[in-house]
Design a protein around this ligand. Sequence first.
Ligand code: SF4
Length: 361
Amino acid sequence: MNILEKYRSQELVEKVLAQIRKIITRPWAIMEICGGQTHAFMQYGLTDMLPKEVELIHGPGCPVCVTSLELVDKAIAIASNPNVIFTSYGDMLRVPGSNQDLFSVRASGGDVRVVYSPIEALRIAEENPDRQVVFFGIGFETTAPSNAISVIKAKAQMVSNYSMLVSHVCVPPAMRAILNSSANRVQGFLAAGHVCAVMGYKEYEPIARQYHTPIAVTGFEPLDLVLGIYETVKMLESGVFEVHNAYPRAVTRDGNKTAQSIIEQTLEPCDRNWRGIGEIPMSGWKLKKEYQNFDAELRFDVADIKTKESEICISGLILQGLKKPFECPAFGTLCTPQNPLGATMVSSEGACSAYYRYGRK
Ligand code: SF4
């Protein structure tokens, strides 16, 4: 059995599910922070296979969904400038701004291009020295090192027409914000394996202790997901408030030191607005002073953007685990992946899109 067969083996998944059934004695509400895990649970039918005592609450770990409306509107304003080539990952093009999205800018003649990495955007800048090239740098800790490298390279190679619209967010402050909320129902977390592969899981240990909330670092294959649930239930049932690593083939406690040093070199913590949730103190990263010449927000005159959120969309409540997508009156009617009203219906990691795609009404 190769590694993929092992982690997708129905027999092994059912063995772990049997172990969970054996130890569980009462209902527990567990949040999978990462939208990729939300999709994987549904895609593999695991939500229906888990014991009924396990309630999955979907968290805010979808970078497309939480990128603030203000930054989406700024992206649209910058992309509308005829001297700009605006580059972005594909999902962001369909995220609704206050009045339009990046696709509409492209349809109106704007030069908006989908790229697969910030290095590709940097190459476009080198090939087009007479144009400004902007990369929409969204994401959690996972994408921060590669985005940061593009800025380091741009500085070293003096590519002065390259800049980045930075929208980086970090997981631990969001976990604290959820746990501090008076409406919180989360009793345990599945931490996102790819984020922990970069950052390690040391910074989660004080959260588990302080809030009496166990955390299992969890991967993305079916066996990873049920192992994450098993570790969390085991800690909940025995009153242990620790971090267990259920994804040791990719994650160590200290994480990837090289990636962390790239982040430290270029980025520093800042307050950040999360779409639908609001400002979370020190929950994001911005470029350090030495790299501010590459900050698109400073390079372009976009300070006075006025935003207007959809009055119907309740994605903020969904991202905090307070509502499920099918509780939104627009779900599957006014709001579909073809005509999204909110970012959680656009993104391949968004909870609304997962419920729509896998028929969870
Ligand atoms: S279904 Fe659409 S409108 Fe409703 S919360 Fe989700 S994204 Fe927003």
